[in-house]
Design a protein around this ligand. Structure first.
Ligand code: ADE
Length: 384
């Protein structure tokens, strides 16, 4: 289990916080392609086999981050987090109230498409509360002893972040119920008739669960979250600001129009915006090798993104081929997810959780009881 530490943040010092160390980048799955890398949308396979990471308050300077640049880019405080205004408003109140009572934050469930900043928000919450954030994901908690090990390490007020929480095994989930409700760990010792349950007290902690599929959570688990919040796709202006902020940190010069072009092609998703920015920076650097400095203009952004096959709406090769196959093979639908997966060679869950949400959002796909339908807007876009 990878344990990476950094420091608890002073909550009210007024000083700029020391950056929480974030590491443990998702391992590339065997099915990941260059397109996945480009889009930054982790496939289901990529999300499997992750281990837990401890992002800790003030003792971690001796530990090296696996990806320091990612950490630098990640906003550290709520005030640095661009977008998700409603979510931030709710969390600001929850933080102030919990701090006023000297309580941990209520358990929080964050849901929404990948790449919108659920993990980032969990790390920010820990920073704001001055506590540690233990990051893990459901596939890494396959055996009951995995979650027991994590809970035993928790200290008062810590945040335990579980990504893809809808994928928890039943036994792990059942261990979480008393842990969440009464801060108690019920361990079964022995087997059969002689089995005994021993209850161990846990320090009060906050579980932050993240999921792309809130409907797949069991209701007993969902009901144990005091706060359930959705992350929405970002608008163009928010993404442009994120691109400009990341460009300052990298650093690379970007014009407002260059940042807007990258934002427009980022599918409403900061993770994609930041990845595209890096790819455009590479392109600009190589193409402007004879100049004194690299500058991302709109023209350069368009050239680079066209080379990468990211179209003006941010659709990539997979999106376009998904829509085209629906038109060619299924007369535009309705078509069921299983048939679509079989025809495209993509995993059902990857289509549902990674590709489909944005196509639905921009009105290129419609979901009906009989399956998915390609809209006229999508047909028009593909024929351009
Ligand atoms: N980088 C990625 N997501 C971000 C956000 N929401 N705000 C600021 N920087 C970000």
């Amino acid at each position: 289990m990878a344990i990476i530490s950094s420091r608890p943040q002073p909550t009210n010092s007024g000083e700029p916080p020391k950056k929480a160390r974030v590491s443990g980048a998702k391992p590339a799955g065997k099915n990941s392609s260059h397109r996945d890398l480009l889009q930054g949308a982790a496939t289901i396979e990529e999300q499997q086999g992750e281990e837990s990471i401890l992002i800790k308050g003030n003792q971690g300077d001796q530990q090296q981050s696996q990806n320091p640049q990612e950490e630098k880019i990640r906003p550290q405080r709520l005030e640095d987090y661009i977008g998700q205004k409603d979510l931030k408003g709710v969390l600001q109140i929850a933080i102030a109230a919990a701090q006023g009572r000297n309580d941990p934050l209520d358990h929080l469930l964050l849901y929404g498409p990948p790449g919108l900043g659920k993990t980032t928000m969990a790390v920010i919450l820990a920073t704001e509360m001055g506590t540690n954030c233990q990051i893990t994901s459901a596939p890494a908690l396959e055996r009951p002893r995995d979650i027991v090990g994590l809970l035993m390490k928790i200290t008062a007020g810590d945040i335990l972040f579980i990504d893809e929480i809808h994928r928890l095994s039943r036994m792990t989930e059942e261990l979480l119920y008393p842990a969440m409700e009464d801060f108690r760990l019920d361990i079964t010792i022995g087997k059969g008739q002689s089995a005994k349950i021993r209850s161990l007290p846990l320090p009060p902690f906050t579980l932050v669960g993240a999921t792309t599929r809130v409907g797949a959570l069991s209701s007993p688990l969902r009901d144990r979250f005091g706060l359930i919040q959705r992350l929405k796709f970002y608008d163009l202006a928010e993404l442009q600001t994120i691109v400009q902020r990341t460009a300052r940190i990298l650093p690379v010069e970007v014009t407002p129009e260059g940042a807007e072009e990258i934002a427009r092609r980022s599918r409403g998703t900061p993770r994609i915006a930041n990845r595209l920015l890096k790819r455009v920076r590479d392109y600009a650097q190589v193409h402007q090798a004879s100049e004194t400095s690299t500058k991302i203009t709109q023209e350069v952004a368009v050239e680079a993104l066209e080379l990468l096959e990211v179209d003006p709406l941010g659709l990539d090769w997979t999106d376009r081929s998904l829509l085209q196959i629906m038109i060619d093979n299924f007369k535009g639908g309705p078509v069921g997810l299983d048939s679509l997966a079989a025809a495209t060679g993509e995993d059902v869950k990857t289509i549902e959780e990674v590709y489909e949400p944005y196509l639905l959002q921009i009105g290129y796909l419609q979901r009906t009881p009989r399956g998915r339908i390609v809209t006229d807007a999508a047909r028009k876009h593909l024929s351009n």
